[in-house]
Design a protein around this ligand. Structure first.
Ligand SMILES: Cc1cc2nc3c(=O)[nH]c(=O)nc-3n(C[C@H](O)[C@H](O)[C@H](O)COP(=O)(O)OP(=O)(O)OC[C@H]3O[C@@H](n4cnc5c(N)ncnc54)[C@H](O)[C@@H]3O)c2cc1C
Length: 432
């Protein structure tokens, strides 16, 4: 009898032969050896927060949740080495106590560090990069069970490839991260008509540190979030009003609304228009990770495409057009972010300043037509799908989208030539 494995959203199920929780690197090497001997694939897993089937396996599923501490601190270089299984919320809190922080984060902090970097998890900011860009060293158990250190100075030919690996190069044991001194952010949020939001977004992109916006389907209203580094102290936020806003309105209330909309889809259009109003929210200052990340308790499934920054608003227009023409309503806002170009072979921002468009569906919603139509439209913008989110592209599509594709496949050939870490998702997207 095998254990059933489910991802966070509940849209991916698999039946691994065994779920293993090694607490040291030698045990991980032994698992790899055992996998080879038993002809079972070995799949590392983080906190199961990917929407794609990237973590599924019928072989050994290896969780590094017991390798979850800070192993080394270099106070001069502002670098820390951490166990691969540490969850970002723990990492952020511990870094803050050390006077450190990650330079940029995504919307949530529930991922493991190894899982976050494996898929190129990102936040927003055209002068910033993904979490993977903070990696300065990686220690990994490869396909023959050996333990290899990778950095700019050791096994440097694999360094860039290992920063976004899809878990295809081996099992990451620890990661060394380049941090910055801990910082506070001032968050300005307001809701306005879409043309004004787009013009504020384009201005803030160059004049502020981090900016993103959310467009509400069936309206011409969007909410923008602009964050700037500040020396001000965290605001005194009334705990009760924060709880009411974060937990009751944004989580519980939104879940109830989605349940209602599921039964009465004809009401979505009108209720979106009634619920979204122009207006400001009070500015707030807090420690960076508390501004970047929030709790997402309403379960959803997500697709996100990365397009060249200069085509972001044409691609967004195409998504708007699709959304308004669908028979099954879309109840989640569409999220727009940006990121600067990098040189990581499988990074979604490889070689180009990038705009991201993320679309979501309540996870009980039946229609997949939305994802299908958006995916089709993103082809004309050379869209690259997020590795950890839903998409249907395969290696024949992806090879054309990533100019440094061969650098990644060469690293894989060297570190896992026989595909011990593969699964059906990797077979589709990487070709074996
Ligand atoms: C509510 C929600 C919000 C999200 N917000 C964002 C966002 O703002 N920005 C964004 O970019 N993404 C976002 N995501 C996607 C998420 O960040 C990624 O899917 C991420 O990879 C999940 O991390 P995880 O630890 O759960 O990894 P998993 O989903 O468990 O695994 C992901 C990959 O990491 C590999 N992996 C895990 N551990 C190891 C290891 N030790 N060695 C080698 N490979 C390993 C796995 O093999 C797999 O390939 C969000 C997801 C959810 C559910």
């Amino acid at each position: 009898m095998t254990d059933k494995w489910l991802n966070w959203a509940g849209n991916q199920t698999s039946y691994p032969h065994s779920v293993l929780r090694p607490d040291n690197e030698n045990a991980i090497s032994e698992i790899v050896g055992l996998g080879v001997a038993k002809r079972l694939k070995v799949r590392p897993i983080g906190n199961g927060h990917s929407f794609s089937s990237i973590g599924s396996t019928d072989g050994f599923l290896v969780s590094l949740q017991d390798l979850n501490s800070i192993l080394d601190i270099d106070k001069e270089k502002l670098q820390v080495t951490v166990g691969a299984g540490i969850i970002l919320s723990d990492l952020n809190a511990q870094l803050h106590k050390l006077g450190l922080a990650l330079p940029n984060l995504g919307d949530i902090d529930s991922q493991s560090i190894a899982g976050a970097i494996a898929t190129g998890t990102h936040g927003t900011g055209i002068t910033f990069n993904s979490i993977s860009s903070a990696v300065v060293g990686i220690r990994i158990v490869t396909g023959d069970g050996s333990i290899v250190d990778i950095s700019e100075s050791e096994n440097a030919e694999f360094f860039e490839a290992s920063k976004v690996s899809l878990g295809a190069l081996g099992i990451v044991v620890s990661v060394t991260l380049q941090c910055v001194r801990s910082f506070n952010l001032e968050l300005t949020e307001f809701t306005a008509r879409l043309p004004e939001i787009i013009s504020r977004f384009e201005h803030a992109e160059l004049s502020s540190d981090f900016v993103e916006f959310f467009w509400f389907p069936y309206t011409d209203i969007a909410e923008i979030k602009i964050c700037n580094k500040t020396n001000s102290f965290p605001s005194r936020v009334k705990t009760v009003s924060k709880f009411v806003n974060d937990e009751i309105i944004r989580n519980l209330g939104f879940d109830l609304l989605n349940r209602f909309w599921l039964r009465f889809p004809g009401t979505v259009n009108r209720s979106m228009q009634l619920l979204t109003k122009e207006g400001d929210r009070p500015t707030r200052v807090d420690i960076s990770h508390k501004i970047f990340c929030s709790k997402r308790r309403v379960k959803f499934i997500e697709m996100e495409y990365a397009v060249p920054r200069e085509q972001l608003f044409d691609a967004f227009e195409a998504v708007r057009h699709i959304t308004e023409g669908l028979r099954i309503p879309v109840t989640f806002p569409v999220e727009i972010r940006t990121l600067g170009a990098d040189h990581i072979p499988l990074s979604m921002a490889n070689g180009r300043d990038t705009g991201f468009i993320a679309i979501h569906l309540y996870n009980h919603a039946k229609s997949r037509a939305f994802f299908h139509e958006v995916e089709k439209a993103m082809r004309q913008f050379a869209g690259r799908p997020h590795w950890g989110k839903i998409h249907n592209l395969d290696s024949s599509d992806l090879v054309k989208l990533y100019p440094q594709w061969n650098e990644f496949t060469e690293a894989r050939q060297a570190l896992d030539p026989d595909g011990h870490f593969t699964n059906s998702y990797l077979e589709r997207v990487l070709g074996y």
